[in-house]
Design a protein around this ligand. Sequence first.
Ligand SMILES: NCCCCN(CCCN)CCCN
Length: 350
Amino acid sequence: MEILEQIAKEAEANTQVPAYGRSVEKVIAAIMSSSNFWRIVDLSDEPLPLVAEILKLLNKRDLVAFEGTQILLTEAGAELAKKAGIEPFASHRCPTCKGRSVVIDALKPAFEKFLKIQENRPPAIHQYDQGYVTPENTFARVALADDRGDLRGKKVIVLGDDDLMSIALALTGLPAKVTILEIDERLVNFIKEVSEEYNLNIDARVHDLREPLPEDVVGAYDTFFTDPPETVEAIKAFVGRGVATLKGERCAGYFGVTRRESSLDKWSRIQKVLLDMGLVITDLLHNFNEYVNWDYYQEMRGWQLTPVKEPPKDIWYRSTQFRVETVRGFKGFNDPIVGDIYNDAESSTT
Ligand SMILES: NCCCCN(CCCN)CCCN
């Protein structure tokens, strides 16, 4: 449909985010499903800056109206949707596992303790692009790794831990050792205190992952977890270093990659970086991760871009959980990173 391509072209020119006719189609389908900006971003699965721009261009063409904080199709917009054969989204997501393929029932005792412990967690701060996942999600990551045989008796390292993965892992008692490297002292101190109180023996250290790893963690672990900011540089810094901590071949790594701040064109670059490191992508679980709304949303770039100003209520920021495994010829990354690992044209929550 000509007009969809035209709008996409204009949106890309204005945002530098790769845009396709299908990007516009998905935004229109999302508007047919919800009038809430954040839910429209969530459903469209396109980068926030692009969704905001497409909404503005549709509004300029009188295809979408902004009524208060509601985003609605106009008559002309509904006409276009009909002609283009665009329908609202249908969901067939499993109500039991929520599409994660695992449940956390077997980890209940540890999960109950974690629920209490995390009540006093340090709030997410803008400075480090923090945004933690729900406690249930944290444990679903543990369940997934145990389901793949990556935890029992293994040495596990967490690179960046606002999600408190280190505490969840240690509470289950499954790993032989848990190490965490984290730039934010508030988190390291919190994790140390909890480790003391619950006798978890977590090796927690303050470390800026833009710097090379401490010598003693290189090539010393069986499994890593991380959840990097969404730039290719950050993927190298966090995932690349995660690979550098692994003992050898057939070791595993887990991390999230989002569609909220990464176009599929960026995904293509990210996946090439993973394959170039000698990794095999064994699992990709869409919307596995769901992030609790952080209270600095008005400071983030995305807020400036939204066409209507309404605070996010429900969870809207999600990411796909990746599992990777090393094979012969793999190589990690452990050089210093200079430059900005938090911002690019597509990032919007930094
Ligand atoms: N800025 C708020 C959202 C950040 C999410 N990012 C860091 C998550 C740390 N738990 C990255 C999400 C996907 N890699």
